[in-house]
Structures are given as C-alpha cells and as structure tokens.
Design a protein around this ligand. Structure first.
Ligand code: XMP
Ligand code: MG
Length: 189
C-alpha cells in the first residue's frame, strides 16, 4: 500500500461517474422489467461486490422479485483468480423451479459466474441468467453466457461502487482504475 493511502494516491482515473452508473442501472432495469414481466424472479446478489449495484438495479425493476445473497469466492486478497471457487455463505432460499437472476459487479475470467450458474441449475432452478455491471470479456478463461451487462471494461483493475482493492474502497460513488504501481506495491509487500 502507498504510505498515504488517500484516494487520490490510488486512483489513476475515473472510468464511470455516478451518473454513468445510474444510466446503466436505468437501462438494465428497463430491459429486465420487460423480460421478467409476469414472473417472480429470485435476484441473487454475489457478495460483497454486487451490493451497491443490486440495490440500485432492483429499484429500477418494476417486477415482483425476491432478493437473496450468496458469497462465492475465487479470489481471496490477490488480484488473479485462484481458479478455485468456494461457497463462503450460501442462499437462504430454495431455487427449485425459480427464475433466478444472478447479479454480479464484474465478470473477469468467468470462473465465479460459471460456478454459480452451474450450481443453481443443478439445484433445479427453472432459469438461470445473470446481470453484471462490468464485463471484462477479454480476460475470459471459461465459456459463460452473460445475458445482461452495463458496460465492457478493458483488462485493468477497477475499484468503487462495490468493487474493492484488498476489501477497501467499495464505498466510492464512482468507478476508477487503480494505479498500476499500487498493485505492484501490494504484490511485493
Ligand atoms: P472471475 O475471474 O471469477 O472473478 O470472473 C470475478 C470476481 O473477481 C473480482 N474482480 C475484480 N474486483 N476489480 C475488483 O475490485 C476488478 O477489476 C476485478 N476483476 C475481477 C470480483 O470480485 C469479481 O466478482
Ligand atoms: Mg464479486
């Protein structure tokens, strides 16, 4: 970590402003309202990164939905996927015969999302789709369909609006690109 971990010292530049994010939520919410009309989807937030996105997204959806959360992790504190996915905290809801919508902050390698989708299918969900805010498509390692997403992003590490750097900075209202030297410093510590 830099000596002074003031936010200005770790963010290289802003990628999405609060308004950009709001527009993405409005657009996705409208689409999901149409696609889930007449259904009662179970919206599953992937902890912890998706909490801000989920709360804004569901309030743009005019659908009778239920919300639950699941903490599935492939990362730990490092910046590259360990390749191993594990359930840290499971759902309270039975997904059998439910239309499930997974909400994620970002899809990177796709390992986490694929694991969640396969698991929920195996548990008997009627349909399993996902809505992610950011799609890092160039970094995909497994083939997984991303039905809805807010924006594509390049292969850079982003923080804010739920996305973290070593579990910090989730509370930023915007999404910013982390300075590469911050990652280097953290990797060498
Ligand atoms: P996979 O590789 O399984 O990983 O698709 C998805 C999870 O990895 C984390 N991730 C990031 N977190 N900035 C972050 O704060 C990033 O740029 C980033 N890329 C991946 C995130 O937790 C996501 O759910
Ligand atoms: Mg996540």
């Amino acid at each position: 970590m830099p000596k002074n971990d003031n936010i200005d010292n770790i963010i290289d530049h802003k990628l999405f402003t609060e308004d950009d994010i709001h527009q993405m939520c409005v657009k996705l919410g409208k689409q999901l309202t149409e696609d889930y009309a007449g259904k009662k989807p179970l919206v599953i937030g992937a902890l912890k990164g998706a909490i801000f996105f989920l709360t804004d997204l569901v309030r743009e959806m005019n659908v009778k939905e239920e919300i639950d959360f699941m903490d599935v992790s492939s990362y730990g504190d490092s910046f590259e996927s360990s390749g191993e996915v594990k359930i840290i905290s499971d759902l309270a809801t039975d997904v059998k015969d439910r239309d499930v919508l997974i909400v994620e902050d970002i899809v990177d390698t796709g390992l986490t999302l694929k694991y969640m989708k396969d698991l929920l299918q195996k548990r008997g969900a009627k349909s399993v789709k996902c809505c992610v805010l950011l799609n890092k498509e160039a970094n995909r390692k497994v083939d997984v369909e991303v039905e809805y997403y807010g924006s594509q992003v390049g292969n850079e590490f982003v923080v804010g609006y739920g996305l973290d750097f070593m579990n910090f900075y989730r509370n930023l209202r915007y999404i910013g690109v982390l300075k590469p030297e911050v990652i280097k410093l953290a990797n060498n510590k």
